[in-house]
Write a protein that binds this ligand. Structure first.
Ligand code: SF4
Length: 180
């Protein structure tokens, strides 16, 4: 097992004048540098920066960063969610490391999704329910990792399943298939 233990730091940060959210950093007892290219091969749309080294990944509405000595997660609603997600991420790192003989490491830096590609998969109603005044502005936010598909209620309507699935795949904010 690569990561035997970690020290979890959870901080509260203001989300708005009335709301708070949490950020978590798990300081691990192992060097994750060697594991990053394997994680890059497994995580959809992870962005690997070999010179840092670091790997960032967007999962649901969370920005996740893997560094040699830590894993950081933001936009958490509670301490419980922080503990649960960090535990899941550490388990993923260990599983990927354990199965590395069957994984082709990926040393490339993946291209982030382009706003126009994202826009083509949105409903195109320009209704503003996502908080943006047009679908294209929402596409800009999604492509920049500043929002998530859940904020467009029309994507959850009947008949939108395929587009929503394509969108999640394009944005990469799905848990990798086959990794519990
Ligand atoms: S809620 Fe959906 S359909 Fe409405 S503007 Fe936002 S992205 Fe477009």
């Amino acid at each position: 097992m690569l990561v035997q233990s970690y020290k979890l730091e959870i901080n509260m940060s203001p989300h708005s004048s009335e709301e708070f959210e949490y950020e978590a950093i798990a300081y691990v007892d192992a060097d994750l540098s060697q594991a990053l290219p394997y994680l890059n091969a497994v995580l959809p749309r992870g962005i690997y920066l070999p010179d840092v080294p670091a790997l960032s990944w967007r999962y649901r509405n969370h920005n996740i960063g893997f560094w040699p000595n830590r894993i950081a997660v933001d936009h958490l609603e509670s301490r419980e969610e922080a503990e649960e997600l960090v535990e899941k991420l550490v388990a993923l790192v260990n599983k990927v490391w354990e199965r590395r003989p069957e994984i082709q490491p990926d040393f490339t830096t993946h291209r982030p999704p382009q706003p126009l590609e994202v826009y083509k998969l949105l409903p195109g109603l320009n209704c503003g329910k996502c908080g943006e005044n047009s679908c294209f502005n929402f596409a800009l936010k999604l492509a920049a990792g500043q929002s998530s598909p859940e904020n467009c209620p029309h994507l959850s309507e009947k008949g939108m399943e395929e587009k929503k699935g394509q969108l999640e795949k394009l944005l990469g904010n799905r848990w990798p298939e086959g990794w519990f």
